[in-house]
Ligand binder design. Structure first.
Ligand SMILES: [Zn+2]
Length: 159
C-alpha cells in the first residue's frame, strides 16, 4: 500500500522539479533593437557603422568626447539607450572617452574579444548589440575599471 502511494506521488514530485519558482527579475526586461546590417548602414554615419557594427576603433584624440568634461548623459548612438554619465567620466590621457563605471549596473554588457592576438573584454550595448569599446582593469577608484569607449558609439545628451 505504501509503495502504491509513493508511486502515485512520484509524478507530482517530478512536476514540482520541472516548474521552479520564477527567479526574481533584477530589472524589467527591455525590448531588444534588432535591425539588419543594411538598415543600420542607412541609420548610422560610416564612422558609427564601422565602430558599432564592425567592432572598429576610432583613432585616439579624434573623437568628439575624449576631452568633453561638462555634465552629460551618454546614450548609445545607435538606439539611444542610456549608457554612461559625466559623473563617472575621467581623463585617462588615452584620447578616448573613459569612465570608471557605466551609468547603472548592467547598462553595458561585456563579452570576450580575442581579436589581434589579445584577450580583452569588449563592451556592447545590451539593447542593440552595438560595439562600444573595451573595459580594462587599470581604472581609478572606486571600481579600478576603465571603460574605454569610442566617441562615435555614443551621443551626449542633457543629463
Ligand atoms: Zn544601443
Amino acid at each position: 500500500m505504501r509503495g502504491v502511494l509513493l508511486l502515485a506521488l512520484l509524478p507530482l514530485l517530478h512536476c514540482d522539479r520541472l516548474a521552479p519558482a520564477p527567479a526574481p527579475a533584477a530589472q524589467p526586461a527591455e525590448a531588444k533593437v534588432v535591425k539588419s546590417e543594411e538598415e543600420w548602414r542607412k541609420l548610422l554615419t560610416p564612422a558609427q557603422f564601422h565602430i558599432l557594427r564592425e567592432h572598429g576603433t576610432e583613432p585616439a584624440f579624434s573623437g568628439a568626447y575624449w576631452d568633453k568634461h561638462d555634465r552629460a548623459v551618454y546614450v548609445c548612438a545607435a538606439c539611444g539607450k542610456r549608457l554612461f554619465s559625466s559623473e563617472q567620466k575621467f581623463d585617462s590621457g588615452t584620447g578616448w572617452p573613459s569612465f570608471w563605471a557605466p551609468i547603472a549596473p548592467g547598462a553595458v554588457a561585456p563579452s570576450e574579444d580575442t581579436s589581434y592576438g589579445m584577450v580583452r573584454t569588449e563592451v556592447h550595448c545590451p539593447r542593440c548589440g552595438g560595439h562600444l569599446g573595451h573595459v580594462f582593469d587599470d581604472g581609478p577608484p572606486p571600481t579600478g575599471k576603465r571603460y574605454c569607449i569610442n566617441s562615435a558609439a555614443i551621443a551626449a545628451v542633457a543629463p
